[in-house]
Design a protein around this ligand. Structure first.
Ligand code: HEM
Length: 564
């Protein structure tokens, strides 16, 4: 029997489709093999797309498990269309990338292009001579004593005039993460621009610059997570969706910065002897007049100093509540310190310093950071990297590595940072910067490290002296660590503020500590509806060694990594 020609075409088409499907299944499940040294299962063309999609909501925790279970502490993740990402938690490799072969591992064109619209040629987003130049002039600004004094004044004003009164009058549940972010944003704007956005006021205003900045950062980091850069580039080309919003928010941020720069320039011209100590004035006074350069510089500093300290403090207060022993030690230290000078008070708070380091070990404000290989090279652990590969050092994973911190790595134990001298006093015992790269390490180590510690210790002393910060979450539930550009506590940090007992309060009130007016809870927006509370989050992702989702039990056993 002869078949009709159209039936033959149909038959051919179906045969072709069947053959194609069969080949794909065969490729995926029979001849596929991992192409990396160690990492999740990878298939031709799509790489580890299945695992990536499965773990997209817990990328940091998932990759931390992978590298910490790798024999060399380095893993390779294959992304769709042949892109590759090397991730490491190996201190020798981290030293190699950040210091020994610093020249071979710049930020690279990929990261630079992704963040260029927001950060331009600012210090965070630039390599080579441009970076060196900005680093040199900024180091000078950071090392001056007057800047440190200024920070103390800025921080103290924000603490005494805004943060403490808000806590003192709070009778409802506060989102403490939001409060700390507002605190840090006011601080960094005053330091960078000499401008006070007054985000931390009782009405918790939605300040336009802060909102635009937030949106710009959020969408820019979204670009980094997109499955292929082509997607956001296409959206940018057509000025569509999130890219349209990004363009608008960057416009607001830049116009705002330009306006402030113009005003400051006029102000400085009018009054040459003006003693402005903000970063912007310093740049202008020292002869830098290129508006684009100064705008980039200031935006970069705001990004660097904005959510880092608030992230660190959010997790710190969470851990403190669950570790009353540590809180007691810190209170003791606060009581012993003089309050006459802010700087004297905080510079020697050794136990508090150790507690902050310990908290950032478990919950680093920056979870991962990447460089890009400038040439084909073999890493010290023998992993081969090709020119253009991003090499990511995994700060979060390193803080949870049993090899680096011992079997009790999951415990919040500030004493691991301390030793006692002959008189029984605590002495801080720093860790190698490549084992603990929370502030990065090497030539590009964070410029604001000292400033950040001063600010954080001042806040800790100011708040704890008078208040107890009590998480308003269901018992046994832990918040979730999510990392964008900086990390956040997913859904915020709902707390109730309780006044401390009279004895400690008396200690504080006899000194320079201030009093505030009567409570007026009606002034405050209730931050947290029950639908936002951490306890109500749903559905919880699967547990992992690095999630630390449930409180109390000893370090959970590591979940097996994806098969090699
Ligand atoms: C707890 C607080 C902080 C942490 C954990 C932290 C951490 C870091 C990290 C990991 C980097 C490297 C980022 C990268 O290269 O992409 C960095 C860079 C930087 N940080 Fe911080 N930071 C903190 C606070 C601050 C503050 C308050 C400032 C001051 C405004 C600041 C200024 C900078 C600058 C200017 C850089 C770029 C340095 C360079 O590339 O040469 N940081 N910081």
């Amino acid at each position: 029997m002869m078949l009709h020609p159209s039936a033959m075409i149909d038959l051919n088409t179906s045969t072709f489709i069947l053959l194609l499907l069969f080949s794909l299944v065969f490729i995926f499940f029979f001849i596929s093999k991992p192409t990396g040294k160690y990492g999740p299962k990878s298939y031709p063309l799509i790489g580890s797309l299945f695992s990536l999609l499965q773990n997209r909501h817990r990328f940091i925790q998932w990759t931390a498990d992978i590298v910490n279970n790798s024999p060399t502490k380095t893993a390779i993740i294959h992304l769709p269309l042949g892109r590759v990402r090397v991730i490491t938690a190996n201190p020798t490799v981290v030293r190699h990338v950040l210091k020994s072969r610093f020249d071979l591992y710049p930020k690279g064109p990929r990261a630079r292009n992704t963040l260029f619209d927001l950060l331009g040629d600012g210090i965070i987003n630039i390599d080579g001579d441009g970076w060196k130049f900005q680093r040199q002039i900024s180091i000078h600004e950071f090392s001056t004593k007057s800047l440190r004094n200024y920070v103390e004044h800025v921080v103290d004003a924000e603490l005494n005039d805004r943060l403490l009164p808000i806590l003192a009058t709070s009778t409802t549940v506060l989102d403490f993460q939001d409060v700390l972010q507002r605190f840090a944003f006011d601080n960094i704007c005053k330091i960078a621009f000499g401008y006070d956005p007054a985000c931390l006021t009782p009405s918790m205003p939605d300040e336009i610059f802060a909102q635009a900045f937030d949106e710009a950062v959020m969408i820019s980091t979204g670009r980094m997570r997109s499955s292929h850069p082509f997607i956001w580039k296409l959206k940018r080309f057509f000025n569509f969706g999130s890219e349209k919003r990004l363009r608008n928010s960057i416009k607001i941020v830049r116009e705002f910065a330009n306006k402030l720069i113009k005003e400051k320039t006029i102000e400085l011209k009018r009054n040459q002897s003006l003693k402005s100590v903000d970063l912007l004035s310093r740049f202008l006074i020292s002869g830098h007049s290129d508006e684009r350069f100064i705008t980039d510089m200031v935006i970069n500093f705001i990004l660097a100093g904005r959510d880092t300290t608030s992230a660190a403090l959010t997790w710190f207060f969470w851990l403190l509540h669950n570790n009353p022993r540590v809180e007691k030690q810190i209170l003791q230290e606060i009581k012993q310190k003089p309050e006459t000078s802010v700087y004297d008070e905080v510079k020697d708070m050794v136990y508090t310093h150790a507690s902050l380091c310990e908290s950032m070990r478990l919950y680093p404000p920056v979870a991962i950071d990447a460089k890009e290989a400038a040439t084909d090279e073999r890493l010290p652990d023998n992993t081969f990297v090709k020119k253009g590969y991003p090499v990511t050092y995994h700060i979060y994973a390193m803080g949870r590595s049993e090899e680096l911190w011992g079997p009790d790595w999951a415990e919040f134990r500030p004493e691991r940072w301390l030793e006692q001298d002959m008189l029984g006093r605590w002495v801080f015992k720093p860790r190698d910067g490549y084992e603990y790269p929370v502030f990065q390490a090497g030539p590009r180590v964070c410029l604001g490290k000292e400033m950040a510690f001063l600010q954080m210790k001042r806040v800790v002393a100011g708040v704890l002296r008078r208040f107890k910060v009590v998480p308003a979450v269901e018992d046994g539930v832990e918040p979730v660590y999510v990392a964008y550009f900086t990390s956040v506590m997913e859904g915020g940090f709902p707390v109730r503020i309780e006044e401390r007992d009279v004895s400690l309060k008396n200690v504080c009130e006899t000194s320079s500590w201030r009093r505030y007016g009567p409570s007026s809870s009606s002034l405050f927006k209730p931050f947290f509806s029950s639908s936002h509370s951490i306890g109500d989050r749903s559905p919880p992702p699967p547990p992992s060694s690095t999630d630390l989702r449930r409180r109390r039990p000893p370090p959970p056993s590591r979940s097996p990594p994806p098969p090699p």
